[in-house]
Design a binder for this molecule. Structure first.
Ligand code: G16
Length: 545
């Protein structure tokens, strides 16, 4: 077959470094950029196969998101804009790690197993972040697609969720949107302006938002979108990439993990601020109070505000639809208690990784899913969306119910249901706060987070840690969970867990307790246990100062 000859020839340009093995992790492949040429080329091959297999357009986003600028990676996007199906993650890993001579055999095995009709056309959308390595790596993906006789559309610099949006638009017949950047900005901005019309007497101060662009692609795209927002949001943009380094001392991950403001942000007391991550699929809010104390409003707080607002609107509209919230083990204990006990919302816990949360959220009329790190969105079932849109059109419904149904319909239009999206989530939070006439301080006061701490531990092989119960308990190495359990008992209102990261070569430790000293000390003690019982390397963890 001509395609395989081409693959053999072309793959020589993208040789696999011998002995190198890269897994498809929490959100795709991710490692040092210089190790990725062959992975990109081979994923291009696979994306073309997935396209033939699903008779749909597939996406490949070249990014390493929150990782340092030296890293890179990619995320594969399935037809409905969601993360690629688990079976194809396995194929991606097999293909990426096949030795050069075995490449065509592995390809043929996948084709056979999935009964792929090779005469089908293939279409792949490609995007990339602002890393210096991203452009050439995306060319390798395009080469892979073309070897399989596929057609690529290269969107160039886009945020990850923008590419998810393009893929979803292309594959839906019912007009989810137009698969262009213009279509994306127009859809979101129109919905945002519709919603904020309901917020009367908004002052310029209330419209002002300070944004940390993580020196990444999100900053560029926010600048492009501003013109569409018609001054309904007045953005002061910091870390826009013009001088600083991507994700360095800034961005959503830095702010969340270090629980402090990013560098280069000039925050006045009480000013509403937010940070994107490197590919703009996460967002974190925060402010300094008048005493200069830093307050973080993370994914849990966003899920709370969004689900609370949706529940109230549904009640006002007289619509009986179930709202559920999906979290992960990182969700602050206070948020789960507030959602369950005060708001009476169904709460589910999924494994880390948006792909897991997304699937869990699909089971509900309205599934609000957020990781504490700020990655999340809202999914509306077809039936839920239909009920809302019908009420808007319903001639006999009373005016107030119709007005509320319109608010809900605009909310649906504002949300990027394909993926967590910094731009879309930011506009949603801004619109909800405006409509509710709620300040960031009032939002923050809904509940008080339990003090918590996240740490990273370096080990020789992070795969020695295996977990269960949505990653809340370690099954291996033997004895580690017993140690964690014993440590947790020493502290009040405490909880801790360990899990191997799927994006960085480390083990993550999370601890919470009734005081910050307690959370810090528990996190340190658990880190030490990981270091000692799971093959730690480098320096032993030290107590936090
Ligand atoms: C990715 C995933 C997130 C996950 C994060 C950290 O985020 O999309 O779902 O929470 O990695 O994962 P881990 O703890 O396994 O390293 P991003 O924004 O880096 O793509």
């Amino acid at each position: 077959m001509a395609a395989f000859e081409k693959v053999s020839l072309k793959s020589a340009q993208y040789p696999k470094p011998s002995g190198l093995s890269v897994p498809y992790g929490t959100a795709g492949f991710r490692t040092t950029a210089t190790h990725l040429d062959h992975v990109m080329f081979r994923t291009g091959l696979l994306a073309a196969l997935r396209s033939k297999n699903t008779k749909s357009t597939i996406g490949v986003m070249v990014t390493a998101s929150h990782n340092p600028v030296e890293d890179n990676g990619l995320k594969m996007i399935d037809p409905m804009g969601e993360m690629v199906a688990p079976a194809w993650e396995v194929y991606a890993t097999q293909l990426a790690n096949a030795e050069q001579e075995a490449l065509c055999t592995v390809l043929k095995e996948i084709i056979e197993k999935e009964a792929i009709n090779m005469s089908e056309p293939a279409s792949v959308f490609i995007g990339r972040d602002t890393r210096p390595s991203s452009e050439s790596l995306s060319k390798a993906v395009i080469d892979g697609v073309s070897c399989m006789g596929g057609h690529s559309q290269d969107y160039g610099l886009v945020t990850t969720p923008q590419l998810h949006f393009m893929v979803l638009c292309r594959n839906t017949k019912d007009g989810y949107g137009t698969a262009t950047l213009h279509g994306y900005y127009e859809k979101l901005s129109k919905a945002f302006i519709e919603l904020t019309k309901n917020a009367l007497n908004r002052t310029d101060d209330q419209k002002r938002l300070l944004v940390d662009g993580a020196n990444g692609v999100g900053a560029l795209k926010l600048r492009e979108m501003e013109a569409f927002l018609k001054h309904e949001l007045q953005v002061a943009l910091f870390n826009d990439g013009s001088s600083g380094k991507l994700n360095h001392l800034c961005g959503a991950d830095y702010v969340k993990v270090h629980q402090k403001a990013p560098q280069g942000m000039h925050m006045g007391p009480g000013e509403r601020c937010c940070s994107f991550d490197g590919d703009a699929d996460r967002i974190i809010y925060y402010y300094n109070d008048s005493a200069g104390r830093f307050h973080l409003l993370d994914g849990d707080k966003m899920a709370t505000l969004i689900s609370m607002s949706l529940k109230e609107l549904l009640t006002q509209a007289g619509l009986n639809l179930q709202v559920a919230v999906v979290q992960t083990a990182y969700a602050n204990g206070s948020s789960t208690r507030y959602l369950e006990d005060v708001m009476k919302v169904t709460v589910c816990c999924a494994k880390t990784g948006v792909k897991h949360l997304h699937r869990t959220a699909q089971a509900f009329d309205i599934g609000v899913y957020f990781e504490a790190n700020g990655h999340g969105t809202v999914l509306f079932s077809k039936e839920a969306e239909e009920k809302i849109r019908q009420l808007v059109k319903h001639t006999n419904a009373n005016d107030e119910k119709k007005r509320v149904a319109k608010l809900l319909a605009s909310t649906i239009d504002l949300i990027n249901q394909a993926a967590g999206d910094s731009l879309s989530d930011m506009l949603l939070i801004e619109a909800l706060l405006a409509i509710r006439g709620m300040s960031i301080q009032e939002w923050d006061a809904l509940y008080t987070d339990l003090p918590n701490r996240q740490l990273k531990v370096k080990v020789a092989d992070r795969r020695v840690i295996d977990t269960t119960d949505a990653e809340r308990r370690a099954v291996t190495p033997a004895g580690l969970q017993d140690t964690v359990d014993a440590l947790v008992k020493k502290y009040k209102q405490a909880r801790a867990f360990v899990r191997p990261s799927g994006t960085e070569n480390i083990v993550r430790v999370y601890a919470e307790a009734d005081t910050q000293e307690g959370a810090d000390s528990l996190a340190y003690e658990v880190s030490l246990a990981v270091y000692r019982q799971a093959g730690g390397t480098g320096e032993e963890p030290k107590p936090l100062k």
